[in-house]
Design a protein around this ligand. Structure first.
Ligand code: DC
Length: 222
């Protein structure tokens, strides 16, 4: 069984997917983490997005591994380093490049060989797993998403500026949905869930309802 959750930044995809994976006892594939890891490494290697040949050479040498919630690049654990505002921006830029997307496609698809999974990202239902059993497009207004990010940072004791977060979200939305390769879009056959006025628990329950309606829990049990 493969469930895909696509949608813009801050729609709650990661948190919802993680919890559904736990409830259903299946794997969680955070494809954004893979793009973040590769962007961080390319940036540290000082390879600019427009250096096409250098970029392709570097991509051949970079080995990314995902083990549970951890992401490794050439055996280095980069799981925390990739969660910074700086990497938010780098990932948006490098993930728009065709060679980067091509080099990561197989890695994402082969995760299906290790068992049922819920994958979240921007093109998991449209490009990576076009035949998935259930496709969800999770969205929310930019204001609702910015408010969630703001609350999240404040609750972690970090400083936050709502207007700046909102602007970053709008910029990333535009960048992710207007790029030429695999732009963020609603996959064919996806169920659209606008979560602006929903709690996280309501979103989880709704998706579990779709899983149940399609008899997917039964597939999992078999
Ligand atoms: O979901 P996230 O914020 O961790 O994603 C980081 C960046 O990677 C984001 O700018 C969009 C990009 N991304 C992508 O292009 N395709 C995916 N399947 C997942 C993420």
């Amino acid at each position: 069984m493969v469930i895909t959750i696509d949608g813009p930044a801050g729609a709650g995809k990661s948190s919802v997917s993680k919890q559904i994976a736990e409830i259903l006892g299946i794997k969680f594939l955070d494809t954004g983490a893979i793009y973040r890891a590769i962007a961080l490494i390319l940036h540290e290697a000082e390879i600019q997005p427009e250096e096409n040949i250098l970029l392709r050479e570097a991509l051949l040498k970079i080995k990314i591994k995902i083990l549970g919630k951890k992401v490794y690049v050439n055996d280095f654990d980069v799981s925390s380093e990739i969660r910074t505002p700086k990497v938010d921006k780098l990932a948006s830029v490098y993930s728009a490049l065709k060679p980067v997307r091509e080099s990561l496609l197989e890695l994402q698809r082969e995760q299906e060989n290790y068992g049922s999974l819920i994958a979240e990202g921007r093109d998991v239902g449209s490009v990576v797993f076009p035949n998935s059993d259930l496709k969800i497009y999770l969205t929310a207004s930019p204001e609702a998403r910015a408010k969630r990010r703001y609350d999240e940072r404040i609750s972690k004791g970090m400083t936050a500026d709502y207007e700046k977060i909102l602007l970053d979200i709008k910029t990333r939305d535009e960048y992710d949905s207007q790029r030429e390769v695999s732009p963020l879009k609603i996959p064919d056959g996806a169920i659209i869930l606008d979560t602006s006025d929903m709690t996280e628990q309501q979103v989880i329950d709704k998706i579990l309802g779709f899983v149940h309606d399609r008899g997917l829990q039964k597939i999992e049990a078999e």
